[in-house]
Design a protein around this ligand. Structure first.
Ligand code: AMP
Ligand code: TRP
Length: 355
């Protein structure tokens, strides 16, 4: 669908593809490229899983996929060096355990390809600060300490744009919180292409309605986040006892009925998680718990979470028992995408006058 709209520069930059050429020869449309990234800070939680990872896994056959552990984004906030090293590998292993298949999708670590930082710098020089001043995530993350927040945190969305644009990405599957950043990437594409000639493909965000924003367990007015308190999220590596405790303590309200009511954010969030994990309709879930109490519902939800995470944790244990294999997978992922990144960066440098 997007192929005809691709201008020559973009098509050129996109040439080295892993997908078999036979597809286009038979006249079938090329698969669209998906790129998404996830930060290796702290431990991934079910918000990441339901809002992002699960969809990446489910749609691997529909797209030409690239998934990236974005360690350069992680250092926009202070990180302990040893913990960061561990967290990158833990996240990569978890993505594989969740079902990212390295034969169908390229999985790699952002800092392993210098092109990300290099393109980000060039784009930084093309991006008005006024655009960055509108980014709400910076304001949330920097809080009251804007003066001491790093310049990297401020230009974080430009690095994200570089990630996306290096691979001539069509589709960026993310949670609702990233919508504004993908919009910025689109603005950068349009201004760059207008000034220097068609160079980048304009990406579009793909955001699900349900599950795009899983809320915190202890404060359902806030989104579930890795930086929140332990009790606020279910980590993908949480064991069943921990899951039961956290769900039992999750904030609800003083009403009794178990119904999807957006005005009751606590129970609504728990029901949404139940809906996404069970695949049942809202009506079926409400019927199942009619006349039952929060305690019973929470026990059922905890069981469902534990049953979902158990096979993921089993695969994670197997993957981490062979660190050499994980290294090989990540090196292979980087080698697969490197030619595309090199080609785009070369085209950009030519356009800008650096080559
Ligand atoms: P991050 O952990 O911020 O790197 O996010 C990785 C992916 O998970 C992004 O696509 C986010 O939009 C998504 N995500 C993060 N937190 C949530 C949440 N609470 N609900 C749904 N999706 C989320
Ligand atoms: N900023 C994203 C987040 O915090 C992670 C990310 C970095 C990303 N680069 C990306 C997501 C490129 C999609 C595409 O969730």
């Amino acid at each position: 669908m997007s192929a005809p709209t691709r201008a020559s520069g973009a098509a050129k930059a996109r040439a080295p593809k892993a997908a078999p050429a036979a597809k286009t020869k038979t006249g079938q449309p090329k698969r669209e490229r998906v790129f998404s990234g996830i930060q290796p800070t702290n431990t991934p939680h079910i918000g990441n899983y339901l809002g992002a990872i699960r969809h990446w896994v489910a749609e691997q056959d529909l797209y030409d996929n690239i998934f990236c552990v974005v360690d350069l984004h992680a250092i926009t906030l202070p990180q302990d060096p040893n913990e960061l090293r561990v967290a990158v590998r833990r996240l990569a292993a978890l993505l594989l355990a969740c079902g990212i298949d390295p034969n169908r999708s390229a999985l790699f670590v952002q800092s392993h390809l210098h092109e990300h930082a290099e393109l980000a710098w060039i784009l930084n020089c093309m991006t008005p600060t006024g655009w960055l001043n509108r980014m709400t995530q910076f304001k949330v993350k920097a809080g009251d300490a804007q003066e001491s927040a790093s310049a990297g945190l401020y230009t974080y969305p430009v690095l994200m744009a570089a990630d996306i644009l290096l691979y001539q990405t069509d589709v960026v599957p993310v949670g609702e919180d990233q919508r504004q950043h993908v919009e910025l990437a689109r603005d950068i594409v349009n201004s760059f292409n207008a000034r220097f000639g068609e160079t980048f493909v304009e990406p579009r965000a793909r955001i699900r309605e349900v599950g795009a924003r899983i809320m915190s367990l202890d404060d359902p007015e806030k989104k579930m986040s890795k930086s929140g308190a332990e009790a606020s999220y279910i980590a993908l590596l949480d064991r069943p006892e921990v899951i039961r405790k956290k769900i039992a303590r999750a904030t609800t309200d003083s009403q009794r009925t178990i119904v999807f009511d957006e005005n009751r954010p606590g129970i609504f969030n728990l029901l949404t998680i139940y809906q996404l994990l069970s695949g049942q309709t809202r009506a079926a879930i409400e019927a199942e718990f009619e006349g039952k109490g929060y305690k019973e519902f929470k026990a059922a939800l905890a069981d469902l979470l534990a049953a979902t995470l158990e096979p993921i944790q089993r695969r994670y244990d197997a993957i981490t028992s062979d660190p050499g294999e994980l290294d090989r997978i990540l090196a292979h992922g980087a080698e697969r995408v490197r030619p595309m990144a090199e080609q785009t960066l070369r085209a950009v440098k030519e356009r800008v006058g650096l080559l």
